[in-house]
Write a protein that binds this ligand. Sequence first.
Ligand code: HXC
Length: 260
Amino acid sequence: MGWNNLLLEKEAGIAVLTINRPKVLNALNAETLQELDAAMDQLGNDDEVRVIILTGAGEKAFVAGADIAFMQTLKPLEAKNFARLGQKVFSKIENLPKPVIAAINGFALGGGCELSMACDIRIASENAKLGQPEVNLGLIAGFGGTQRLTRLVNPGLAKEILFTADMYDAEAAHRIGLVNHVVPAGELMNFCKNMAKRIAARGPVAVQLSKQAVNDGLEMDLEKAFVHEADLFGLVFATEDREEGIAAFLGKKKPEFKGR
Ligand code: HXC
């Protein structure tokens, strides 16, 4: 492992990955993104891990954005490569065959908001603040934010958020569908772990294919997406977990899924 900017804890099928640069509110530099990339590969391949929770170190921030001091050193082509690196890592999270929950424990701004949007589920603490303040710096969102925000909220709202650089508190973010739940700060991790546990107890292949069906379907027309859904339904039928799940229901028992 040997990461400089990440912490990893594993417990009963759940991995908690913490971005650990609290002095700069967990801002993302290239090294942190590379470590995040490697960590996602590792967790994606780790059979012990069924659900990942991503959070930020300290009480103030999830991630306050791309590292502004680091970006100041970049030439235009390097800036493009930095944006592409972030896009690549965030797409890896989005397409990881396991659910990723963002535990938004404070500021999720710019690249931090974009990172949370690449996760499957966003849970915010009451003190969280989300936004895309790039235009304040003469920048634009470059880690996929212009696209993911538009798909998550509506295009008009996405443009307002991107043009004004306004920060949304947790309640406002909840109102527009940017986060699923708002919980008191002290309860955030327990809430996320509890949800992760419920997901981890379900059929892992079924959860994985549910994620894939949603993601793939967003890029297809509806009829093709239905056919794809039926294909995945057929595929899940070939798993031992399907036999276990249905037999357990009919036998009035708790299923024990093996992920195959
Ligand atoms: C580098 C950052 C940082 C960032 C905070 N810090 N955000 N360093 N990059 N994104 C540092 C501060 O410089 C400061 O360092 C320390 O963290 C604490 O922050 P303060 O500003 O003192 O805290 P506070 O007054 O509470 O304000 C919190 C804040 C503010 C509102 C979140 O820090 C802020 O506005 N940060 C920038 C947010 C932002 O613009 N993000 C978008 C970045 S652009 P010192 O050394 O002074 O203690 C982006 C582009 C993505 O994300 C796409 C790229 C391709």
